[in-house]
Ligand binder design. Structure first.
Ligand code: GLA
Length: 401
């Protein structure tokens, strides 16, 4: 769509913007959304208390300053039946003052509120879904001050196709008059990367994540480990754009069976994939090491690069992988990944990762936060289930950034 704005003043200002139809035209999520979601750590144990304490922690931990914005309530926030007017009713034991009060609290902290519903007759935990009630529910969310909707795929579809169900909520959100990020949670069943760009701001590409390095389960089964999901992203690098993101599921950094190195690898890889960075740990009780991972600004800058080009797999040899992402300033972000046990030396080159040719390169280690100069060889010894992550600028002078 071509938009032309003109304004008369001291001179005539003419601004042209071009919004390709390949992304939902709601102006939101121009970089991948960043925030937190209750599901991975709390499942159905959600409440106003938890959400408000999480918002406090997001500020106190430095996460808000690092770019995290959305505080998202997942399933189980509502009662099992609608009101006699057909409205969704927040569970008064969990949200005694309703969602509106929680939204106001979160907004006062300079953050935004997200909520969860399903494009079927029930949510995955058996609460009322939104099919047939899209307009009513979207209007309700807008009245409450909701800024983000995760829209799941559970319950009876009542004979409607996935396109009808996900489009109905898109249109209802647009009609609600409030800017609401629209996150499709269709689990990758119908390959949403082939159709979801004009419908949602992001779409899940896989079944649910679990905090394990790998499960080796088949693609369509539940749950999936970090490496299982990573493998499924390799073919998707050209299908995301600003406003329209592949979502390899929420972060498990700091959760379950993941070591610190595995959490670091997971965070690095999700950033390189332009994934939404939606933390799934308990922010109220976060070890310093986990906080350091989630607030690593060098890595976050890779995810949030305005050019929005997703990373891709350069090579793999069974034990190691190299991934690269072109950055909009002409640098290239690169990950050397050791998928197995025991340290291994991994080598790539500026040429292999698609960097512009130069006599020398400035190489920044995004975890050690140190700079060095290279003739083009990029190398590190990488431990068990870990990564080294660099950003490579052609030309060795500092300030070429
Ligand atoms: C599905 C989704 C999860 C979570 C649960 C809630 O499994 O994929 O992310 O929202 O439902 O019931």
């Amino acid at each position: 769509m071509l938009k032309v704005f003109t304004a008369a003043g001291a001179g005539m200002l003419l601004v042209l913007t071009f919004t390709p139809a390949r992304a939902l035209d709601n102006g939101l999520a121009r970089t991948p959304p960043m925030g937190w979601n209750s599901w991975n750590s709390f499942h159905c144990d959600v409440s106003a208390k938890l959400v408000e304490a999480t918002a406090d922690a997001m500020v106190a931990s430095g996460m808000r300053a690092a770019g995290y914005v959305y505080v998202n309530i997942d399933d189980c926030w509502l009662l099992k039946t609608r009101s006699r007017h057909g409205d969704l009713v927040p569970d008064p034991r969990k949200f005694p003052h309703g969602i509106e009060a929680v939204a106001a609290y979160v907004h006062r902290k300079g953050l935004k509120l997200g909520i969860y519903e399903s494009a079927g007759a029930t949510t995955c935990a058996g609460y009322p879904g939104s099919i047939g009630h899209e307009k009513q529910d979207a209007a309700q969310f807008a009245r409450w001050g909701v800024d983000y909707l995760k829209y799941d795929n559970c319950g009876d579809y009542k004979g409607e196709t996935y396109l009808q169900r996900y489009t109905a909520m898109r249109d209802a959100l647009a009609q609600s008059g409030r800017p609401i990020v629209y996150s499709l949670c269709e689990w990758g069943n119908k390959q949403p990367w082939t159709w979801a760009q004009p419908i949602g701001n992001l779409w899940r590409t896989t079944q649910d994540i679990t905090p394990r390095w790998r499960t080796d389960q088949p693609e369509n089964s539940y749950p999936q480990g970090i490496l299982d999901i990573l493998d499924q992203q390799a073919k998707l690098s050209t299908t995301s754009h600003p406003g329209a993101w592949n979502d390899p599921d929420m972060l498990e950094v700091g959760n379950g069976y993941l070591t610190d190195d595995e959490s670091e690898a997971h965070f690095s890889l999700w950033a390189l994939l332009n994934a939404p960075l939606i933390a799934g740990n308990d922010l109220r009780d976060m070890p310093q090491g986990v906080r350091d991972i989630l607030t690593n600004r060098d890595v976050i800058a890779v995810d949030q690069d305005w050019g929005g080009r997703q990373g891709y797999r350069v090579s793999e040899d069974g034990n190691t992988q190299v991934w690269a992402k072109p950055m909009s300033d002409g640098s290239v972000a690169v990950i050397l990944l050791n998928t197995r046990r025991g340290p291994v030396n991994i080598v790539t080159t500026a040429k292999a990762i698609g960097s512009r040719a130069a006599a020398s390169y400035r190489v920044r280690d995004l975890w050690k936060h140190t700079d060095s100069v290279s003739d083009g060889r990029i190398e590190a010894t990488v431990g068990t289930h870990a990564v080294a992550m660099f950003r490579v600028w052609p030309g060795s002078k500092s300030g070429t950034r």
